[in-house]
Design a protein around this ligand. Structure first.
Ligand code: F6P
Ligand code: MG
Length: 436
């Protein structure tokens, strides 16, 4: 099935899609080139030569975008998904260029082209051109990292302490931490006090920017279970991943959930998305003495306790880290059941599938020009209407031209300048109970 709406395209001048294709892609590739140049080392001659070739190919990619060339075949790099990319390209986008192709395809194709350039080398095969950026960004969230590690400790011990907090309130709080972990602007994060008072002013402020909030429905759904399985279709590495793991930690500790499946990308994707390497890096970094050199002994030991517990979840298969080609495929999630039947059958065992972030949202709603008042269940098509529809929750801050499920009047209130849609300041939490 395909949606009854036109897709977002970079050719539409007034859109963030257009701005992205005109400016942001070039900047993203340039940054990756800088990272590669910083990794060049004149003592490794062969590797250096190859590195320079990668840089030349990436510069050529920038030129193709700037000239608005037709989309060309992706060079075969031996990855099994190349067949799918070639097929989708030839079937639907053969005569299209960067601006006339759908935004979702053109942008995904860009990241696939970059990976093909890198994979087709001997010395750089496993190189992640965004790795450095991800690490640097994580360091900047130093304060929140410690704050949340203390906070999760309090919440876990809250049942035995004198300040007892109700489970639903904890669920709302941690889901919102995981939500705002997806914001580009980390300064939007609420500042939690040590007094057990989570309803701080800032938290209230950021709540106003959640334009649809289905957390109560999601809680009603999940809290009927004990030993449930929850899946996270993860988004970004670093701080967002950390906030997702804080949430996953409590889900296990609360007893409602006994298994969390964490879906990572199988190669570097959309700059910041989590790969298995990023996941392992996070655990290692949280325990390393020099990464947070200014941390106090108490802070370090609080992180150590946290990571030891997380490591034990992994060892005992309470947290299962997994990946699938589908998450880095050109397909919208409307095609999940049809194009990735095994993955879908596995997700059907889950009691709640949580989709993190903007790109996952775009894929849920097929990246179309929906009216903002379109009901969520209509915009996710078969994901709500199939007889095997999954119970799902989307936690997303807006970084693209699509918002759906809003009440009448909300779009008008936010004004004719559509930048609210992609500023990262507004969010939605949307739930669909599925058909199980
Ligand atoms: O172009 C903006 C953008 O890169 C989108 O392509 C994508 O939807 C989003 O930002 C990435 O955000 P997130 O990491 O939340 O998916
Ligand atoms: Mg991302």
């Amino acid at each position: 099935a395909n949606p009854p709406r036109p897709s977002l395209r970079a050719a539409d001048k007034e859109t963030f899609a257009h701005f992205t294709a005109r400016h942001r892609w070039r900047d993203i590739i340039k940054k990756a080139i800088d990272n590669i140049c910083d990794s060049l080392n004149s003592s490794e001659i062969d590797k250096n030569e190859e590195g320079k070739k990668i840089v030349a190919s990436m510069e050529e990619l920038i030129n193709q975008i700037q000239r608005n060339d037709q989309l060309i075949q992706i060079e075969d790099d031996g990855r099994p998904d190349i067949v799918i990319w070639t097929d989708v390209l030839n079937t639907y986008f053969k005569d299209e260029n960067w601006f006339t192709a759908t935004w979702l395809f053109a942008e995904s194709y860009l990241y696939r082209r970059i990976i093909s350039i890198i994979t087709n080398t001997k010395h750089w095969k496993n190189y992640d051109p965004y790795f450095h950026q991800k690490g640097e960004a994580f360091k900047l969230s130093f304060t929140e990292i410690f704050e949340f590690s203390k906070r999760i400790d309090e919440l876990i011990s809250s049942s035995s302490s004198k300040i007892k907090i109700d489970d639903n309130i904890i669920f709302y709080e941690l889901a919102q931490i995981s939500l705002w972990g997806n914001a580009t602007d980390l300064s939007m994060l609420p500042n939690f006090g040590n007094d057990g008072n989570i309803e701080t002013k800032q938290f209230e402020e950021s709540k106003k920017n959640i334009l649809v909030n289905d957390l109560e429905k999601a809680w009603k759904w999940l809290s009927k279970y004990s030993n449930a399985r929850v899946d996270f279709i993860l988004d970004n590495a670093g701080f967002e991943l950390y906030s997702d793991l804080i949430f996953s930690d409590w889900l296990i500790q609360s007893g409602y959930v006994s298994e969390v499946h964490l879906h990572v990308k199988s190669f570097p994707w959309f700059v910041s998305d989590t790969t298995l390497d990023d996941f392992n890096w996070l655990l290692k970094t949280l325990q390393s003495n020099d990464f947070f050199s200014s941390a106090s002994e108490i802070e370090k030991s609080s992180l150590k306790k946290l990571v030891d517990r997380w490591q034990s979840y992994i060892n005992n298969s309470k947290w299962i880290i997994t990946s699938d080609f589908f998450w880095t495929s050109p397909y919208s999630f409307w095609h999940l059941e049809e194009k990735a039947p095994e993955l879908y059958a596995d997700l059907c065992k889950s009691h709640l599938v949580i989709f993190k972030g903007d790109l996952n949202y775009r894929k849920l709603v097929y990246d179309c020009k929906w009216e903002t008042t379109t009901p969520f269940k209509e915009a996710i098509g078969p994901l709500a209407s199939s007889k095997n529809a999954l119970p799902l929750l989307s936690l997303r801050t807006g970084k693209s031209d699509v918002f759906i499920g809003l009440d009448e009047g909300v779009e008008e209130r936010l004004g004719p300048d559509k930048s609210w849609m992609y500023s990262g300041k507004y969010a939605v939490i949307q739930f669909s109970e599925g058909n199980k």
